[in-house]
Design a protein around this ligand. Structure first.
Ligand SMILES: C[S@@+](CC[C@H](N)C(=O)[O-])C[C@H]1O[C@@H](n2cnc3c(N)ncnc32)[C@H](O)[C@@H]1O
Length: 248
């Protein structure tokens, strides 16, 4: 979206072909759960060109900026962040990107920002709070279109530091099912993040689609088991081979 500019000190690489020059920004999967979810091998992230995305837990906007590049000029990213300190960076970054709407608010109160947010295709939830499934559900009720998608990042010890991570992932998935979500994929984020997973699926699938799909049950009875990551490379110090200048 903004060639020639780094957002948080990340390196940029320009690829020249016969007819054009394309600039890419390096994206560190050890510092972004969207990046690690992609590299872990999910079948579909549901964030692509033209996507209208509600991003909960936007922080200072580093991952939001990459989502802004992905959805492009025909998409939009509404970034909700509770912290005013992080929110200042988010607002600053959004000044140069027309497709980001920064919202400094508590995502537990979606009515406070309903006048800023339209219906969206997808919600990415990464606010890392114990009641994060409820926060996702509250926002989905207001903003996620029927059949829309959710991408739910779970850090096990933020929900329950005494339980086994697998049990937390299972319990979170059960909560989503109660709230009319249809989990389809459950991806472990190892080796990028320990005891994290990303749950991806659909919301309030219209009944005609449920019938025609044939494979989607009205309610999933149990959580899909986390899939093993497909990534094989990791260096000894736990860092990636991309720029270490970027930060979250
Ligand atoms: C794990 S960090 C997000 C990192 C970010 N997604 C990234 O990849 O750059 C979680 C963020 O959620 C924010 N947060 C926590 N509770 C929130 C709430 N109720 N509403 C909005 N944001 C919240 C925190 O302030 C923090 O910035």
């Amino acid at each position: 979206m903004t060639p020639g500019q780094s957002v948080y000190g990340e390196k940029r690489v320009t690829v020249k072909t016969k007819n054009e020059e394309i600039e890419y920004r390096l994206w560190n999967p050890y510092r972004s759960k969207v990046a690690s979810t992609i590299l872990s091998g999910v079948a579909n992230l549901y964030i692509g060109p033209g996507t209208k995305l509600l991003y909960i837990g936007a922080a200072s906007g580093t991952t939001v900026s990459h989502c802004s590049d992905i959805v492009g000029p025909t998409g939009i990213v509404y970034g909700v962040e509770i912290s005013e300190r992080s929110g200042r960076d988010l607002i600053e970054m959004a000044k140069t990107r027309d497709n980001i709407v920064p919202i400094i608010e508590d995502a537990r109160h979606p009515l406070r920002y309903r006048m800023l947010v339209g219906m969206v295709d997808c919600i990415f939830q990464d606010c890392a709070v114990p009641d994060q499934a409820r926060v996702l559900a509250m926002n989905a009720k207001h903003f996620l279109k029927p059949g829309g998608k959710f991408v739910f990042s779970v850090k096990a010890n933020c929900v329950d530091s005494t339980a086994r991570p697998e049990d937390v992932f299972e319990a979170q998935t059960e909560e989503l099912v109660k709230e009319d979500f249809y989990p389809e994929e459950n991806q472990s984020l190892e080796p990028f993040e320990r005891d994290h997973c990303t749950i991806i699926g659909s919301y309030r699938i219209p009944s005609n689609e449920l019938n025609s799909a044939g494979t989607k049950s009205k309610k999933k009875k149990s959580a899909p088991k986390p899939k093993a990551p497909v990534v094989e490379e990791s260096s000894d110090d736990g860092s990636s081979d991309v720029s270490s200048e970027d930060s979250d």
